[in-house]
Design a binder for this molecule. Structure first.
Ligand code: TXA
Ligand code: MG
Length: 353
Protein backbone atom coordinates (compact mmCIF):
# COMPACT_ATOMS: atom_id res chain seq x y z
CA UNK A 1 0.00 0.00 0.00
CA UNK A 2 1.22 3.48 -0.91
CA UNK A 3 0.31 6.71 0.86
CA UNK A 4 0.67 9.71 -1.43
CA UNK A 5 0.55 13.19 0.14
CA UNK A 6 -1.54 15.57 -1.97
CA UNK A 7 -1.96 19.30 -1.57
CA UNK A 8 -5.48 19.54 -0.09
CA UNK A 9 -6.29 22.91 -1.66
CA UNK A 10 -4.44 22.61 -4.97
CA UNK A 11 -4.03 18.90 -5.66
CA UNK A 12 -1.11 18.15 -7.99
CA UNK A 13 -2.60 17.22 -11.40
CA UNK A 14 -0.15 14.38 -12.07
CA UNK A 15 -0.96 12.71 -8.73
CA UNK A 16 -4.69 13.02 -9.39
CA UNK A 17 -4.29 11.68 -12.95
CA UNK A 18 -2.40 8.62 -11.69
CA UNK A 19 -5.04 7.89 -9.02
CA UNK A 20 -7.86 8.36 -11.54
CA UNK A 21 -6.14 5.91 -13.86
CA UNK A 22 -6.14 3.34 -11.03
CA UNK A 23 -9.87 3.87 -10.54
CA UNK A 24 -10.59 3.49 -14.24
CA UNK A 25 -8.60 0.24 -14.21
CA UNK A 26 -10.92 -1.13 -11.52
CA UNK A 27 -8.60 -0.68 -8.50
CA UNK A 28 -9.43 0.84 -5.13
CA UNK A 29 -8.22 4.31 -4.13
CA UNK A 30 -8.82 5.89 -0.71
CA UNK A 31 -9.26 9.66 -0.85
CA UNK A 32 -10.23 12.55 1.43
CA UNK A 33 -13.64 14.20 1.41
CA UNK A 34 -14.82 17.00 3.68
CA UNK A 35 -16.64 14.46 5.89
CA UNK A 36 -14.44 11.35 6.19
CA UNK A 37 -12.04 9.44 3.93
CA UNK A 38 -13.74 7.32 1.27
CA UNK A 39 -12.71 3.99 -0.22
CA UNK A 40 -13.35 4.55 -3.90
CA UNK A 41 -14.02 2.30 -6.89
CA UNK A 42 -15.69 2.76 -10.26
CA UNK A 43 -19.40 2.64 -9.37
CA UNK A 44 -20.36 1.36 -12.82
CA UNK A 45 -17.98 -1.62 -12.63
CA UNK A 46 -19.55 -4.40 -10.57
CA UNK A 47 -16.21 -6.15 -10.04
CA UNK A 48 -14.58 -2.97 -8.79
CA UNK A 49 -17.44 -2.37 -6.35
CA UNK A 50 -17.12 -5.97 -5.16
CA UNK A 51 -13.51 -5.15 -4.19
CA UNK A 52 -14.83 -2.45 -1.84
CA UNK A 53 -17.07 -4.94 -0.05
CA UNK A 54 -14.20 -7.40 0.24
CA UNK A 55 -11.71 -4.82 1.54
CA UNK A 56 -14.15 -3.51 4.13
CA UNK A 57 -15.53 -6.88 5.13
CA UNK A 58 -18.87 -5.22 4.53
CA UNK A 59 -22.00 -7.32 4.05
CA UNK A 60 -23.51 -7.09 0.58
CA UNK A 61 -26.83 -5.77 1.88
CA UNK A 62 -25.32 -2.39 2.81
CA UNK A 63 -25.33 -0.13 -0.28
CA UNK A 64 -22.68 2.48 -1.12
CA UNK A 65 -22.78 6.15 -2.12
CA UNK A 66 -21.89 7.13 -5.70
CA UNK A 67 -19.72 10.26 -5.64
CA UNK A 68 -19.99 12.70 -8.54
CA UNK A 69 -18.33 15.99 -9.54
CA UNK A 70 -21.55 17.75 -10.61
CA UNK A 71 -25.34 17.74 -10.37
CA UNK A 72 -25.48 16.67 -14.02
CA UNK A 73 -23.38 13.58 -13.23
CA UNK A 74 -25.75 12.72 -10.38
CA UNK A 75 -28.78 13.08 -12.59
CA UNK A 76 -27.24 10.66 -15.05
CA UNK A 77 -27.45 7.94 -12.35
CA UNK A 78 -31.12 8.60 -11.61
CA UNK A 79 -34.08 7.11 -13.41
CA UNK A 80 -35.98 10.18 -12.34
CA UNK A 81 -34.60 13.29 -10.61
CA UNK A 82 -37.11 14.50 -7.98
CA UNK A 83 -37.77 18.22 -7.50
CA UNK A 84 -36.69 17.79 -3.88
CA UNK A 85 -33.31 16.42 -4.98
CA UNK A 86 -32.82 19.35 -7.34
CA UNK A 87 -33.55 21.86 -4.57
CA UNK A 88 -31.27 20.17 -2.07
CA UNK A 89 -28.44 19.74 -4.55
CA UNK A 90 -28.71 23.40 -5.57
CA UNK A 91 -28.60 24.47 -1.95
CA UNK A 92 -25.96 22.17 -0.47
CA UNK A 93 -23.71 20.69 -3.16
CA UNK A 94 -20.87 20.35 -3.10
CA UNK A 95 -21.33 19.43 0.54
CA UNK A 96 -22.01 16.86 3.28
CA UNK A 97 -25.37 15.73 1.92
CA UNK A 98 -26.23 12.43 0.22
CA UNK A 99 -29.43 12.15 -1.83
CA UNK A 100 -31.20 8.83 -2.34
CA UNK A 101 -33.03 8.90 -5.68
CA UNK A 102 -34.59 6.33 -8.05
CA UNK A 103 -31.82 4.29 -9.68
CA UNK A 104 -31.09 4.33 -13.42
CA UNK A 105 -30.91 0.83 -14.96
CA UNK A 106 -27.19 1.03 -15.81
CA UNK A 107 -26.14 1.42 -12.16
CA UNK A 108 -25.08 -2.09 -11.09
CA UNK A 109 -27.22 -3.66 -8.39
CA UNK A 110 -24.16 -4.42 -6.26
CA UNK A 111 -23.67 -0.67 -5.68
CA UNK A 112 -27.19 -0.32 -4.31
CA UNK A 113 -27.42 -3.72 -2.62
CA UNK A 114 -30.26 -4.58 -4.95
CA UNK A 115 -32.32 -1.54 -3.97
CA UNK A 116 -34.22 0.36 -6.63
CA UNK A 117 -32.69 3.62 -5.37
CA UNK A 118 -29.16 4.97 -5.59
CA UNK A 119 -27.37 7.28 -3.14
CA UNK A 120 -25.46 10.16 -4.77
CA UNK A 121 -23.22 12.87 -3.35
CA UNK A 122 -21.03 15.68 -4.63
CA UNK A 123 -18.35 16.12 -1.96
CA UNK A 124 -16.85 19.50 -1.06
CA UNK A 125 -13.14 18.73 -1.14
CA UNK A 126 -10.69 19.85 -3.86
CA UNK A 127 -8.93 16.46 -3.91
CA UNK A 128 -12.19 14.50 -4.18
CA UNK A 129 -13.59 16.78 -6.85
CA UNK A 130 -10.39 16.72 -8.91
CA UNK A 131 -10.27 12.93 -8.65
CA UNK A 132 -13.93 12.53 -9.65
CA UNK A 133 -13.46 14.80 -12.64
CA UNK A 134 -10.31 13.05 -13.76
CA UNK A 135 -11.84 9.59 -13.32
CA UNK A 136 -14.81 10.72 -15.42
CA UNK A 137 -17.07 8.10 -13.85
CA UNK A 138 -19.12 7.97 -10.67
CA UNK A 139 -17.04 6.65 -7.79
CA UNK A 140 -18.65 4.40 -5.20
CA UNK A 141 -17.10 5.24 -1.85
CA UNK A 142 -18.08 4.11 1.60
CA UNK A 143 -15.99 5.32 4.52
CA UNK A 144 -12.50 3.84 4.22
CA UNK A 145 -12.60 1.59 7.29
CA UNK A 146 -13.30 -2.07 8.03
CA UNK A 147 -17.00 -2.73 8.61
CA UNK A 148 -18.31 -1.51 12.01
CA UNK A 149 -15.04 0.25 12.85
CA UNK A 150 -14.68 3.99 13.30
CA UNK A 151 -14.65 6.06 10.12
CA UNK A 152 -11.30 7.60 9.18
CA UNK A 153 -10.70 11.35 9.27
CA UNK A 154 -6.99 11.11 8.45
CA UNK A 155 -4.94 9.00 6.03
CA UNK A 156 -3.27 7.35 9.02
CA UNK A 157 -6.68 6.12 10.22
CA UNK A 158 -7.27 4.54 6.80
CA UNK A 159 -3.86 2.92 6.85
CA UNK A 160 -4.44 1.47 10.30
CA UNK A 161 -7.88 0.08 9.48
CA UNK A 162 -7.41 -1.24 5.94
CA UNK A 163 -3.63 -1.73 5.61
CA UNK A 164 -2.71 -3.59 2.44
CA UNK A 165 -6.37 -4.09 1.56
CA UNK A 166 -6.12 -0.70 -0.19
CA UNK A 167 -3.31 -0.20 -2.73
CA UNK A 168 -3.35 3.62 -2.78
CA UNK A 169 -4.27 6.29 -0.22
CA UNK A 170 -4.32 9.96 -1.20
CA UNK A 171 -3.36 11.89 1.94
CA UNK A 172 -5.04 15.30 1.90
CA UNK A 173 -4.80 15.96 5.63
CA UNK A 174 -7.58 15.83 8.22
CA UNK A 175 -11.26 16.09 7.22
CA UNK A 176 -12.99 19.38 8.05
CA UNK A 177 -16.49 18.09 8.89
CA UNK A 178 -15.44 14.90 10.64
CA UNK A 179 -18.61 12.79 10.60
CA UNK A 180 -20.36 11.25 7.60
CA UNK A 181 -22.80 13.11 5.37
CA UNK A 182 -26.48 13.54 6.13
CA UNK A 183 -28.34 10.93 4.04
CA UNK A 184 -31.83 11.84 2.85
CA UNK A 185 -34.33 9.77 0.94
CA UNK A 186 -35.88 11.77 -1.90
CA UNK A 187 -37.79 8.89 -3.48
CA UNK A 188 -41.07 9.48 -1.63
CA UNK A 189 -43.56 12.26 -1.07
CA UNK A 190 -41.75 13.39 2.06
CA UNK A 191 -38.03 13.80 2.50
CA UNK A 192 -36.73 11.35 5.10
CA UNK A 193 -33.45 11.76 6.97
CA UNK A 194 -31.97 8.26 6.95
CA UNK A 195 -28.72 9.26 8.64
CA UNK A 196 -28.30 12.52 10.57
CA UNK A 197 -25.20 14.58 9.88
CA UNK A 198 -23.91 18.08 10.35
CA UNK A 199 -26.40 19.39 7.82
CA UNK A 200 -29.56 19.43 9.94
CA UNK A 201 -33.27 19.23 9.41
CA UNK A 202 -33.90 23.00 9.67
CA UNK A 203 -31.48 23.68 6.83
CA UNK A 204 -33.14 21.03 4.67
CA UNK A 205 -36.58 22.45 5.43
CA UNK A 206 -35.47 25.97 4.55
CA UNK A 207 -34.14 24.81 1.19
CA UNK A 208 -37.37 22.94 0.40
CA UNK A 209 -39.68 25.79 1.33
CA UNK A 210 -42.63 26.20 -0.99
CA UNK A 211 -42.55 22.62 -2.29
CA UNK A 212 -45.06 21.49 0.32
CA UNK A 213 -42.73 18.73 1.47
CA UNK A 214 -42.31 17.49 5.03
CA UNK A 215 -38.85 16.58 6.33
CA UNK A 216 -38.94 13.60 8.69
CA UNK A 217 -36.41 11.63 10.65
CA UNK A 218 -36.47 7.89 9.93
CA UNK A 219 -37.79 6.33 13.11
CA UNK A 220 -35.53 3.88 14.82
CA UNK A 221 -38.38 1.39 15.00
CA UNK A 222 -38.95 1.58 11.28
CA UNK A 223 -35.35 0.62 10.84
CA UNK A 224 -34.69 -1.77 13.69
CA UNK A 225 -37.56 -4.09 12.91
CA UNK A 226 -35.67 -4.88 9.75
CA UNK A 227 -32.17 -5.02 11.15
CA UNK A 228 -30.39 -7.20 13.61
CA UNK A 229 -27.17 -6.20 15.29
CA UNK A 230 -24.67 -6.21 12.43
CA UNK A 231 -26.65 -9.07 10.99
CA UNK A 232 -28.38 -9.42 7.68
CA UNK A 233 -31.81 -7.83 7.74
CA UNK A 234 -34.79 -10.06 8.06
CA UNK A 235 -36.92 -10.14 4.95
CA UNK A 236 -34.78 -8.40 2.37
CA UNK A 237 -32.91 -5.15 2.00
CA UNK A 238 -33.69 -2.50 4.59
CA UNK A 239 -34.90 0.96 3.65
CA UNK A 240 -31.97 2.68 5.36
CA UNK A 241 -29.41 -0.02 5.76
CA UNK A 242 -26.68 2.18 7.23
CA UNK A 243 -28.67 2.46 10.44
CA UNK A 244 -27.06 -0.70 11.65
CA UNK A 245 -26.26 -1.00 15.34
CA UNK A 246 -22.71 -0.79 16.62
CA UNK A 247 -21.46 1.28 13.79
CA UNK A 248 -18.82 3.90 14.43
CA UNK A 249 -17.63 2.07 17.53
CA UNK A 250 -14.16 1.77 19.02
CA UNK A 251 -13.05 -1.64 20.24
CA UNK A 252 -13.46 -0.54 23.85
CA UNK A 253 -16.71 -0.60 25.73
CA UNK A 254 -18.43 2.80 25.50
CA UNK A 255 -20.55 4.30 28.28
CA UNK A 256 -22.56 7.40 27.51
CA UNK A 257 -23.48 9.94 30.18
CA UNK A 258 -25.66 13.01 29.88
CA UNK A 259 -24.20 16.50 30.23
CA UNK A 260 -22.83 17.22 33.69
CA UNK A 261 -23.24 13.67 35.07
CA UNK A 262 -19.90 13.88 36.82
CA UNK A 263 -21.03 11.96 39.88
CA UNK A 264 -22.38 9.13 37.75
CA UNK A 265 -19.13 8.95 35.82
CA UNK A 266 -17.03 8.78 38.99
CA UNK A 267 -19.31 6.14 40.43
CA UNK A 268 -19.12 3.98 37.34
CA UNK A 269 -15.34 4.20 37.45
CA UNK A 270 -15.16 3.38 41.15
CA UNK A 271 -17.42 0.38 40.63
CA UNK A 272 -15.28 -0.83 37.78
CA UNK A 273 -12.12 -0.45 39.84
CA UNK A 274 -13.65 -2.36 42.75
CA UNK A 275 -14.79 -5.13 40.45
CA UNK A 276 -11.29 -5.41 38.92
CA UNK A 277 -12.92 -5.63 35.51
CA UNK A 278 -9.83 -4.83 33.50
CA UNK A 279 -6.46 -3.12 33.73
CA UNK A 280 -6.77 -1.54 30.34
CA UNK A 281 -6.68 2.25 30.12
CA UNK A 282 -9.85 4.29 30.47
CA UNK A 283 -10.46 7.30 28.24
CA UNK A 284 -13.04 10.00 28.95
CA UNK A 285 -14.36 12.43 26.35
CA UNK A 286 -15.63 15.33 28.43
CA UNK A 287 -17.09 18.75 27.75
CA UNK A 288 -18.08 20.26 31.09
CA UNK A 289 -17.11 17.77 33.80
CA UNK A 290 -13.63 17.29 35.14
CA UNK A 291 -12.29 14.65 37.48
CA UNK A 292 -8.75 14.54 36.18
CA UNK A 293 -7.27 15.37 39.56
CA UNK A 294 -8.84 12.32 41.18
CA UNK A 295 -6.70 9.31 41.76
CA UNK A 296 -8.56 7.62 38.91
CA UNK A 297 -6.18 6.67 36.10
CA UNK A 298 -8.33 8.15 33.39
CA UNK A 299 -7.11 9.86 30.28
CA UNK A 300 -9.27 12.95 29.94
CA UNK A 301 -9.83 14.30 26.46
CA UNK A 302 -11.33 17.79 26.55
CA UNK A 303 -13.83 18.00 23.70
CA UNK A 304 -15.01 21.26 22.12
CA UNK A 305 -18.23 22.94 23.20
CA UNK A 306 -19.55 23.65 19.71
CA UNK A 307 -20.95 20.91 17.49
CA UNK A 308 -18.83 21.62 14.39
CA UNK A 309 -15.53 21.45 16.23
CA UNK A 310 -16.75 18.45 18.26
CA UNK A 311 -17.65 16.53 15.09
CA UNK A 312 -14.26 17.34 13.58
CA UNK A 313 -12.44 15.86 16.59
CA UNK A 314 -14.74 12.98 17.57
CA UNK A 315 -13.38 10.13 15.44
CA UNK A 316 -9.75 11.07 16.12
CA UNK A 317 -10.56 10.78 19.85
CA UNK A 318 -12.15 7.34 19.35
CA UNK A 319 -9.24 6.24 17.14
CA UNK A 320 -6.92 7.35 19.94
CA UNK A 321 -8.81 5.10 22.37
CA UNK A 322 -8.30 2.19 19.97
CA UNK A 323 -4.65 3.14 19.54
CA UNK A 324 -3.87 2.84 23.26
CA UNK A 325 -6.05 -0.29 23.52
CA UNK A 326 -8.48 1.33 25.93
CA UNK A 327 -10.85 -1.00 27.76
CA UNK A 328 -13.48 1.65 28.40
CA UNK A 329 -14.47 4.99 26.93
CA UNK A 330 -16.65 7.32 28.99
CA UNK A 331 -18.43 10.01 27.00
CA UNK A 332 -20.23 13.08 28.27
CA UNK A 333 -22.96 13.44 25.65
CA UNK A 334 -23.89 16.78 24.10
CA UNK A 335 -27.06 18.61 25.10
CA UNK A 336 -30.42 17.02 24.32
CA UNK A 337 -33.01 18.97 22.32
CA UNK A 338 -30.45 20.96 20.38
CA UNK A 339 -30.70 19.85 16.76
CA UNK A 340 -27.26 21.25 15.96
CA UNK A 341 -25.93 18.21 17.84
CA UNK A 342 -28.15 15.61 16.09
CA UNK A 343 -25.37 14.16 13.94
CA UNK A 344 -22.90 13.92 16.81
CA UNK A 345 -25.48 12.44 19.20
CA UNK A 346 -26.39 9.84 16.60
CA UNK A 347 -22.78 8.66 16.29
CA UNK A 348 -22.24 8.63 20.06
CA UNK A 349 -25.39 6.63 20.64
CA UNK A 350 -24.31 4.06 18.07
CA UNK A 351 -20.80 3.87 19.53
CA UNK A 352 -22.28 3.15 22.95
CA UNK A 353 -24.52 0.32 21.82
O1 TXA B 1 -19.79 11.28 4.24
C1 TXA B 1 -20.06 10.22 3.68
O2 TXA B 1 -21.19 9.95 3.28
C2 TXA B 1 -18.90 9.25 3.43
C3 TXA B 1 -17.92 9.89 2.46
C4 TXA B 1 -16.82 8.93 2.04
O3 TXA B 1 -18.60 10.38 1.35
N1 TXA B 1 -19.39 8.00 2.95
C5 TXA B 1 -20.09 7.14 3.74
O4 TXA B 1 -20.46 5.98 3.11
O5 TXA B 1 -20.35 7.36 4.89
P1 TXA B 1 -21.00 4.70 3.89
O6 TXA B 1 -21.06 3.63 2.86
O7 TXA B 1 -20.15 4.41 5.07
O8 TXA B 1 -22.46 5.08 4.26
C6 TXA B 1 -23.44 5.16 3.26
C7 TXA B 1 -24.80 5.35 3.88
C8 TXA B 1 -25.23 4.12 4.61
O9 TXA B 1 -25.96 4.51 5.73
C9 TXA B 1 -26.09 3.43 3.57
O10 TXA B 1 -27.00 2.56 4.14
C10 TXA B 1 -26.79 4.61 2.94
O11 TXA B 1 -25.78 5.59 2.87
N2 TXA B 1 -27.23 4.30 1.58
C11 TXA B 1 -26.46 4.08 0.50
N3 TXA B 1 -27.22 3.77 -0.58
C12 TXA B 1 -28.49 3.79 -0.17
C13 TXA B 1 -29.73 3.55 -0.80
N4 TXA B 1 -29.81 3.21 -2.09
N5 TXA B 1 -30.86 3.66 -0.06
C14 TXA B 1 -30.80 4.00 1.24
N6 TXA B 1 -29.65 4.24 1.91
C15 TXA B 1 -28.50 4.13 1.22
MG1 MG C 1 -19.24 3.87 7.00
Amino acid sequence: MTVVPVNPLHPEPHLIAAAAEQLRAGALVAFPTETVYGLGANALDAEAVARIYAAKGRPAWNPVIAHVPSVAAAKALARHWPATAQRLADAFWPGPLTLVVPKAPHVPGIATAGLDAVAVRMPNHPVALALLEAAARPIAAPSANRFTQISPTTAAHVERSLGDRVPLILDGGPCAVGIESTVVDCTGEDVVILRPGMLGRESLEAALEGLGVVVKHATRRAVSHQLGDDAAPLGGAPRSPGMVDRHYAPRAEVWLFETGQEGEMRQALAQRRDDHVSDKPVVALVRTVSFARDATPVQMLQMPGDPQAYARELYAALHHADGIDAGLVLIEAPPINDSAWDGVRDRLTRAAR
